[in-house]
Design a protein around this ligand. Sequence first.
Ligand code: OAD
Length: 269
Amino acid sequence: MTRSEDDLERARSLLRSADTVVILTGAGVSAESGVPTFRGDDGLWKQFRPEQLANPDAFRRDPRLVWEWYAWRREKVAACDPNPAHHALARFTLGRDRTRIVTQNVDDLHLRAARALVTEEGETSPAAESHDPAPPLQLHGSLFHVRCTRCNQRHEYRDPVDAESQDALPRCQRCDSLLRPDVVWFGESLDPRILETAGRWCRAADVALVVGTSSVVEPAASLPRHTTRSGGALIEVNPEETPLTTLADVSLHARAGEVVPGLLGGLVE
Ligand code: OAD
């Protein structure tokens, strides 16, 4: 067995004996779908870095510019499809109450993979339709949800956004104030209930499987440490080293779409 086959087998064995698994994902899991990561070379839009646009001051200064960036990202994600890693994770999670996905991603690719699976399974086994896929916990919100800047009302919003002029930007149906993307920006706090749930799942997990995150943005970066501190194991999938790598029981240095299907494939009944 080569070193990487050996690592893969050790990771499989940890997952096979786990009762509770938490899967923590970042931008890398969607990279092979064509969604740019934040810190990769493709993370730039025009001359801006994400940190310059994903913050409340930027929105106050120039909401049109920030919406233009989000409109571009929404269109880009809508044109992408879930990749083999999303599909394998959806299959692994389906019907397992004690396996949950927590993602930093604001795309909807985990959810679309889960829905595609339920549709596909439902065609062959009507019983599968009763498995409503548990939505991933989206720590940083969603590109396809908006929030009113005044009355805070939140809802799903999939219509195309016209960011040609400030007057064309989407407005609240209740109070007519400007809507903003319902995502967590730099300098903002995560929803405490979502963070508490993620922390609880991580503490309870026998294994945390961390896929495609640079593990530098807090508090998401610390979540896997809840698992290791509670005696659980850590498996990391990332082509690069991260601050988490030295903590991991197994590090699979490969792209998610290449390694995750093989890792989880044999574990699905
Ligand atoms: P990053 O862009 O910081 O990191 C992406 C990680 O994915 C890197 O460690 C890459 O090595 C890895 N990667 C790239 N391609 C991969 C592949 N095919 N398979 C597996 N891994 C791959 O993205 P995040 O860690 O998700 O926050 O960033 C965290 C947060 O920072 C984001 O949610 C966002 C950002 O600022 C907010 O917007 C609040």
